[in-house]
Write a protein that binds this ligand. Structure first.
Ligand code: PRX
Length: 650
């Protein structure tokens, strides 16, 4: 990370939008950006109310924004339906035959859905859910791979007013169990299996293990995807294809009229301590925010073909594969599998095949594909591309330049979009037709967003001085609370400074550009995935041989960060390479393969304060191979540090 920070501190290159891009874009110049930005932050309520008029309401709101003792409410008194706004409203605008989704399977099969077809599928699925007893405000757990049934299920929930909670299909049965137990879901939607790198991942088997400890789940809807052998429990498990083909399942389902602040979805994400938090997003504000950010940041036009490589199991997929693009009537490409299957040109082949114009991915994917060499993209026709985007972690200037030169052929602006599960949508970003770009900077706040960098004591940091990134005002897409835990919401996000604490560190340069430097808490971004130290540590400690464990990040060429685990074994347990492998497997099974430590070091002792707190700060320095430990004299036993450094896993 320190190399990365050095490189962005020295970054002075600036790239301007081309004349052509700038002329045809929604926001055409920095002058226009500044004018609208000023208005939007001087009177955010008027700004957002103006934009909200573009959505279709069953009843308009009474009040734009209310602060209810630290819990923010947007558009109270208003009623709408999110699926109606993403489907029926688009169809009514004359786009019934426009393609909503182009889906490509890992094996190369394609399915296309027009807006009219998608509405029908969503309605039929919604009617199935109703028949199974699902109602407004019930929580429905969705554990599906990247297949069309995933967005269809989400929109079906939105249609009937149920709250969806999507769990990334790469998560283990334990992670699924924790999430179901926390959300008290009554129904689970899953698939027999999923495909990744040509292999079948047994989703339903995982779900069955989780469900042994989830008594709230009454029914399970199973999508047939991989044709692997699974157990179907009588009166609990039903094949989707059997349910939707029943005679009484109609092609239309009346959309529920939802209050603006009714819950839309819960999405779990890792925090500093304990189990993942259920981030709650509600109806109108979220929809408006993803609608407006998608429109302007991706500069969407009617003939665009937009491809986002994220998994819908993460917030990027929720906001910028499903709700943002569909509410704009866009054509979205959705891909099921791995970027390197069967070869490292898979994304580029998809761009070529469907004439993708806008491509949105993560820095980790860019680094991994750049490493495969320029021939793969150079052998495909990428001339349809006009705009590129990145999200999920800081992008190093080298990766940015490769993306710009080799993928964008120096023509395409890159929107480096900073945001989080909690923010619902993008908060800091270039506007592609206006903002001059600096490689590695997410540039400037979006309209209506007041971002700042503060010191520990709450005062404003100087130009280029690193500090805590905060957002000083509410915005429509912000999280409303932590599910079942309002105290955690207040404590995590508002206690420190009284304004929204992002958990990131950043600096603002002399031009007012934001440079995100990384997390300030114990969250590790592995290949853009957000992993909580506490989850991995408790997985390690749950192994019979482990007495104590501490994990820290270390810089990784492709993943950005990877996990380094210091593990103290129980007395009498023999240290061996086999045990290390077993522990890696154990974490993979308990949390998911994305959380697997890359390196494990056995440590008889860990650096602790006299009160017994593990000093992860020092472990991080050791893992990075540095010796700049800072003050270690406050440790109960400072000699531990030297021993650990000597035995560091290189
Ligand atoms: O550290 C920031 C990083 O990702 C975190 C949010 O992770 P998650 O909730 O999983 O959402 C990821 C997708 C929105 C942030 O706190 N992050 C996200 N985008 C960027 C970023 N770091 C630097 N630059 C970005 N563009």
């Amino acid at each position: 990370m320190s190399e990365f920070i050095d490189s962005i501190l020295k970054e002075h290159r600036v790239f301007f939008p081309s004349e052509e891009f700038h002329r045809s874009s929604h926001i055409k110049s920095m002058k226009e950006y500044s004018r609208i930005y000023k208005k939007s932050v001087e009177n955010p309520e008027a700004f957002w109310a103006g934009k909200a008029n573009h959505l279709e309401w069953f009843k308009k709101w009474d009040i734009v924004l209310r602060n209810d003792m630290g819990f923010f409410k947007w558009f109270e008194g208003g009623y709408l339906n999110v699926s109606f706004n993403c489907l029926d409203r688009i169809i009514k605008s004359g786009k019934k035959d426009k393609i909503a989704f182009i889906w490509e399977s890992e094996s190369g099969e394609t399915k296309k859905y027009t807006y009219e077809q998608l509405l029908k599928e969503v309605c039929r699925f919604a009617n199935v859910l109703k028949k199974l007893g699902a109602k407004r405000s019930h929580v429905i757990e969705i554990y599906l791979p990247m297949i069309p049934e995933l967005p269809i299920a989400m929109l079906a929930c939105a249609r009937i007013g149920a709250i969806h909670s999507v769990v990334f299909a790469g998560f283990s049965s334990d992670a699924l169990k924790d999430r179901i137990q926390d959300s008290n879901a009554e129904l689970l939607i899953t698939a027999d299996g999923s495909f990744r790198n040509g292999k079948v991942f047994p989703l339903k088997d995982n779900a069955d293990i989780a469900l042994k400890e989830c008594p709230t789940i009454k029914s399970v809807v199973v999508v047939k995807r991989a044709n692997n052998k699974i157990e179907m429990q009588n009166n609990r498990d039903f094949w989707l294809h059997d349910l939707v083909s029943q005679d009484d399942i109609k092609d239309f389902c009346e959309p529920e009229s939802m209050h603006s602040e009714d819950s839309l979805f819960i999405l779990y994400t890792s925090g500093t301590t304990g189990k993942p938090k259920g981030i709650l997003h509600t109806q109108a504000g979220y929809l408006l925010f993803v609608y407006q950010t998608f429109k302007w940041i991706f500069d969407i036009k009617d003939n665009d073909v937009y491809f986002c490589t994220a998994d819908i199991g993460w917030i990027t997929g929720h906001s910028y594969i499903v709700y943002g693009p569909l509410s704009n009537g866009a054509t979205v490409v959705m891909y099921e599998g791995s970027p390197t299957f069967p070869k490292p040109d898979r994304f580029w082949k998809i761009v070529e095949k469907y004439n993708v114009t806008i491509f949105y991915t993560a820095p980790t994917a860019i680094r991994a594909l750049a490493k495969e060499g320029d021939d793969w993209p150079n052998k495909t026709n990428l001339s349809s591309l006009r705009l590129l985007g990145t999200v999920g972690e800081p992008i190093n200037p080298e990766a940015w330049m490769w993306y710009h030169n080799v993928i964008g052929k120096k023509r395409c602006p890159i929107v480096d979009t900073w945001w989080q599960t909690e923010t619902g949508g993008i908060l800091i970003t270039p506007l592609p037709g206006a903002t001059p770009l600096k490689p590695g900077s997410a540039t400037k706040p979006f309209f209506g967003i007041i971002a700042d960098v503060l010191r520990e004591d709450g005062t404003k940091a100087n130009v280029n001085e690193g500090g805590y990134l905060v957002i000083k005002n509410p915005w429509p897409g912000m999280l409303r609370t932590v599910w079942n835990n309002p105290d955690r919401y207040k404590h995590t996000y508002f206690e420190k400074f009284g304004v929204y604490l992002t958990g990131d560190s950043a600096r603002i340069d002399e031009d007012g550009y934001f440079w995100i430097m990384g997390r300030t808490d114990d969250v590790i971004k592995v290949a853009g995935h957000r992993i909580g130290s506490a989850e991995v540590e408790s997985a390690l400690v749950s192994h019979k041989s482990v007495a104590e464990a501490a994990i820290v990040p270390f810089p990784h060429e492709i993943k950005g960060q990877a996990i380094y685990a210091f593990v103290t074994l129980k007395s009498g347990v023999k240290k061996s390479d086999e045990l290390k492998e077993e522990l890696k497997k154990h974490v993979s099974q308990s949390v998911g393969p994305i959380a697997k430590p890359d390196k494990i070091q056995f440590a008889d002792d860990l650096p602790k304060t006299r009160s017994g707190k593990i000093m992860r700060r020092i472990l991080k320095v050791i893992a990075e191979g540095s010796t700049e430990y800072g003050n270690i004299m406050t440790l109960a036993d400072p000699s531990v540090v030297e021993v650990l450094a000597k035995n560091r896993v290189a």
